[in-house]
Design a protein around this ligand. Sequence first.
Ligand code: MN
Length: 529
Amino acid sequence: MEIFNCLILRSAKWGIALSDRQNHFADKIRIFDTTLRDGEQTPGVSLTPEKKVLIAKKLDELGVDIIEAGFAAASEGEMKAIKLITKENLRAEICSFARGVKDDIDAALKCDVDSVFLVIPASDIQIKSKFKRSREEVLKITERFVEYAKDHGLIVEFGPEDATRSDMSFLKEIIKTALSAGADRITPPDTVGILTPERAYNFFLELRQSFPGVVFGVHCHDDFGLASANTLAALRAGAEVAHVTVNGLGERAGNAPLEEVVMSLKLQYNVNTSIRTELLYETSLLVSRLTGIPVQPNKAIVGENAFTHESGIHTHAILVDPSTYEAIMPEMVGRVRRLVVGKHAGAHGIRAALMEMGINPTEEQLKEIFRRVKEIGDKGKRVTDADLRAIAEEVIGVSSAQQIMLEELTVITGNRVTPTASVRLKISNNVITEAATGVGPVDAAMNAIRKAIFAVEPIHLEEYNVKAITGGTDAVVEVIVKLRKGDKIVTAMGVHEDIVMASVNAMMRGINILMGNKFTSSVRRTEGL
Ligand code: MN
């Protein structure tokens, strides 16, 4: 069991006591977001210009200081995206990635960006194997293109690529060259993610001592899971610009996650940024949705479980005082605390979850509900919100009619037709008929239901999980859906031999809970539970 110790950092006052000698934080840390460039280099991610604009606008609203919008010379689409972003006249500085190549800088200029992140190889490995030039030539190219970009009015953030594996004396030489050519900021990237926090601190301290007054940036990769720690160490050594991505997207294992760096600065080091932290979660959701890269449930700050409590001991304490088991107040990052019911749940947690549904059982009833929840949990089954509600209603003896009823469902699928579904739903006394297409019969059915419901309530399907309980083509299929309406999230299950019906049943049950309508136990039985 966790120990109640001083790991409760609920206010900015909870800072680590650093002596002045160790702490070289700049007065103002600038957040440089590269979700749209390094983040887009995440395997499997490719964003359309329209999606890039949506993300850029969100980043601007979030308070990011510099947005690296892409690599202008990469493609036509990329150039279009950056142009669209610069046209938005956002508050943030808009930056394009560029190599030490004239065409790259010209492409950036065409997009009307404020700055370039000009990256030129600095390590011998990169110079020899990739660049196939000598160190002298690298210095000449650096001088020439920093000057070229400066002459054309760009802010130049110079990145000596693979800096952390380069020879320190040559690294200093290339930085010196870039600075004399007019570079405004120097960001020596940890291209392959090999720093440790100790080395990051010493590395940046040495560079800052060699180049007093120069603005340094830090760009870390998460190959060892240390990107956030290394970024913080560099900032502690006086780097002023932090390269980050939303949800830690980026090449290979990704970059330092924006949400982690910002919240750690705020709560653990008492250093503020211009980020409006209450928008962190919605920004994460948007980026996840548009990139198609889900966030792992146990991800810090933005993961589904980051503010969810199941264990009985924890939930009881949380209800008394949330700081017992929460390091960060969920509201601070735009989230809400969630208590879920499972085999670890205690009676207090179950009562709290029921209260949220507007159900107030007696002590006796609560005991019986508690016993049945444990029984399901012990069988290795997940107890969904719909299950809890159904159990409670059965125990309390409430039996009320389902408010939203599925009256009819027709699905057409095959190799020569677009899967199409039509539904007729009875909502209170109104009958709504809708039709929709989908990639398959399940998708079509879900889309049709969503369309019909959306007219009344904006309900979003957040997650869809399916598993076959038995084998064979007539297997019983279990579908669990997670639905969201505003802040409220519910889970519901549907079980049926027909995957479309299992999905539709799960969806209908979830929607009814979200709409505050009750279920009768007979509805559950028809689903074969
Ligand atoms: Mn990178």
